[in-house]
Design a protein around this ligand. Structure first.
Ligand code: C2E
Ligand code: MG
Ligand code: MG
Ligand code: MG
Length: 284
């Protein structure tokens, strides 16, 4: 009986495994098709000056306009793309699209500041990344400071020597670095000294209970001080309330991003935001 039980358990796992494998293969095939059919889109979320509200830039965030499942968040396909090796292709699509968008905005005379693109761990280590960036920048005429790269802490802390080399190449291309989800990785901070990112983005998890949560107050203040003493600017992610905004502004966090300012929107929606903001600033 024990043998039977073992046997059926094995086949249960095998079936479950087959099922997951099938699903993964299907998703991969669909993503390849989606690249061909141009079903991915970038949405843009503004980053603004905490004091003046001026537009400093935006973050490009990928979505998948799936023919059946509707607009899919990156959580539904980025991890899968990393697993099946499609991430560098998807990343290349993102980089090319962001560069083309920058060129269109410039042509239209719209000033949007720096456009940030997220680069995930495997994509960062892939030999194609630098080629992709070089080609996309050349083709679109993007100039230094118009495009920047967001990387998470954990990416920066693995294999620091290779990382430093890649970052130096990015700098040579005129691409500043922004540390995403800051505070959620391990807290060996020595990489900051070596890599000198332009910005730290305080993870939303530290922002969401501000200003009420004292522990978060202390942490966020400390991050701002640390960053400033290294000459790094601080972005607060996920700002949703005026109380958070006021607290962050008062402790010297210079850049804000979050639903309070604007949700991520498609290019048209973001353009409307950019025009509105620059008009208000001119009026004020
Ligand atoms: P992230 O880079 O940390 O992006 C911030 C996420 O927080 C975005 O989710 C954004 O929509 C959301 N967010 C912004 N403000 C608020 C707020 O006030 N409240 C709340 N609750 N959420 C807010 P999204 O667009 O779903 O992206 C999730 C993650 O997927 C990103 O986290 C990033 O790690 C990844 N991702 C997005 N686009 C790309 C891409 O083109 N390439 C790669 N490799 N990863 C991407
Ligand atoms: Mg990001
Ligand atoms: Mg982030
Ligand atoms: Mg995040």
């Amino acid at each position: 009986a024990a043998k039977n039980l073992g046997g059926s358990r094995t086949s249960f796992f095998r079936e479950e495994f087959n099922h997951q494998l099938q699903a993964a293969l299907q998703l991969e095939a669909e993503m390849r098709q989606a690249l061909e059919r141009n079903e991915f889109v970038l949405h843009y979320q503004p980053l603004v000056d905490a004091r003046s509200g001026a537009l400093l830039g935006c973050e490009a965030l990928i979505r998948w306009q799936h023919p059946i499942r509707g607009l899919l968040s990156p959580f539904h396909f980025i991890p899968a793309a990393e697993q099946c090796g499609l991430i560098s292709e998807l990343g290349a699509w993102t980089i090319r699209s962001a560069c083309q968008q920058i060129a269109r905005w410039k042509e239209a005379g719209l000033q949007v500041g720096t456009v940030a693109v997220n680069v995930s761990a495997l994509e960062f280590r892939h030999h194609r990344l630098l080629d992709t960036l070089t080609t996309a920048i050349a083709a679109s005429g993007v100039r230094p400071g118009e495009l920047e790269i967001e990387l998470t802490e954990s990416v920066l802390m693995t294999d620091i020597q290779t990382t430093q080399l890649i970052i130096e190449r990015l700098h040579a291309l005129g691409l500043p670095l922004s540390v995403d989800d800051f505070g959620t990785g391990y807290s060996s901070l020595s990489y900051l000294k070596h890599l000198r990112p332009a910005k730290l983005k305080i993870d939303r998890s530290f922002v969401k209970d501000l200003p009420g949560e004292e522990g978060d107050q202390v942490l966020v203040r400390a991050i701002v001080q640390l960053a400033h003493s290294l000459g790094i600017k601080v972005v607060a992610e996920g700002v949703e309330t005026e109380a958070q905004q006021a607290f962050l502004r008062d402790i010297g966090c210079e850049i804000l991003q979050g639903y309070l300012i604007s949700r991520p929107q498609d290019a048209k929606g973001f353009e409307a935001f950019a025009r509105r903001v620059s008009n208000t600033l001119v009026d004020a």
